[in-house]
Design a binder for this molecule. Structure first.
Ligand code: PLP
Length: 364
């Protein structure tokens, strides 16, 4: 096998090598059962064990309280943009914090069927900043307030949370930050996340939902049962054939996170890695990151070069050093390093070394 690249992709993202090795080992013969997980019935004893363990490990990692249920769904985070509305909007009004690309996408989907109240908008000047939550206005009467914990494209992370209250519960898109640090699940009504960053391979979507909202979704039952939270929960997320391999792989990632010392240890590593990359960007005039310090994302570091003409040379140099996934999202251009849990210190060393070298000798 050729040497593995240093992967800074925004998603699908770098997977921890020990996880890939376990998947490889189990691919032909899962723990001596004589078949692959790919071939197992989702209703059989072996897969039931896999699914149950994945859920209990996720519960342990995030300290999920008993009055929350965990669903393993399909359709990615984008499908949750619609399903949250269909399952939870009883008032005909939902509130959104507009903090970047993905919250705007989510609110545009909600606006197809509901009235959307925008409670805040990220300021772009002089730096990209999320206004303090006590200035957010207009959530009253909404079925919920939707927030995006980490804006993957803009590199903007929320630095504070509005109160979750019974009248306007918080629904959070945590696709690009889940499992990157410990969180207090009880602050949210619903947490959802596509898998392909910190959970595992694409194909599965985790939804963590508080019991009262699950009950609410029972009243909103005009959609197919596979899209209904209450119906899915009753069926153990198996109303239809689930993406079994992605579910199993997520479980292997959860076990790896536990083996690594849990989310406290992971958060510290993520913090140090991000600090090193931001420091490299800040110490050279050739790079800029325009996000206010308080909202800089630990998971996604977008940056620009002083001269756009240098970008192709920068990316060529990346290729030579096996650094991949650094091109920014097409909507905003520039560059971006995603530092998900699977990114190693060795990869960050290689990136920081390159950032330093390129700054001294930029080639267009
Ligand atoms: C914060 C956030 N929300 C939603 C999405 C969309 O996810 P999916 O591709 O799983 O629909 C992404 C994808 O990168 C994301 O980063």
């Amino acid at each position: 096998m050729s040497a593995r690249s240093f992967n800074f992709n925004a998603g699908p993202a770098a997977m921890p090598v020990p996880v890939l090795e376990t998947l490889q080992r189990d691919l032909l013969d899962y723990q001596g059962r004589g078949l692959s997980v790919l071939e197992m019935s989702h209703r059989g004893v072996d897969f039931t064990e896999i699914a149950d363990k994945a859920e209990s490990d996720l519960r342990a990692l995030l300290a999920i309280p008993e009055n929350y249920k965990v669903l393993f769904m399909q359709g990615g985070a984008s499908s949750q943009f619609a399903l949250t509305v269909q399952n939870l909007d009883v008032a005909g009004k939902v509130a959104f914090a507009n903090t970047g690309y993905w919250s705007r996408k989510a609110s545009a989907v909600a606006a197809l069927t509901s009235n959307v109240s925008e409670v805040t908008q990220v300021s772009l000047q002089p730096q990209i900043t999320v206004p303090p939550v006590d200035q957010w206005l207009g959530a009253q009467g909404a079925s919920y307030l939707h927030i995006t914990d980490n804006e993957t494209i803009d590199g903007v992370q929320l630095d504070e949370l509005p109160e979750d209250n019974a009248e306007v519960p918080l629904v959070v898109d945590m696709s690009s930050s889940i499992l990157s640090r410990p969180i207090d699940v009880s602050r949210y009504g619903v947490i959802y996340a596509g898998a392909q960053k910190n959970i595992g391979p694409a194909g599965i979507t985790v939804v963590i939902i508080r019991d009262d909202l699950l009950e609410r979704s029972e009243q909103c039952n005009t959609m197919a049962p596979v899209f209904n939270y209450a119906a899915m929960q009753k069926a153990g997320s198996m109303l239809n054939t689930p993406p079994t391999f992605a579910w199993y792989a997520a479980g292997v990632v959860f076990q790896w996170l536990i083996d690594e010392g849990g989310l406290g240890a992971i958060a510290e590593r993520n913090r140090q890695q991000a600090e090193r990359v931001y420091s490299a960007i800040d110490r050279h005039d050739i790079y800029t990151n325009t996000v206010h310090l308080k909202n800089r994302s630990i998971m996604n570091v977008p940056f620009q070069l002083a001269d756009d003409n240098l970008q192709s040379g920068f990316l060529e140099g990346c290729k030579k050093r096996h650094l991949i996934g650094l091109k920014g999202h097409k909507s905003i251009g520039g560059l971006r390093a995603s530092l998900y849990n699977g990114v190693t210190d060795e990869a960050v060393n290689a990136l920081v070394e390159y950032l330093d070298d390129f700054a001294l000798n930029p080639t267009s």
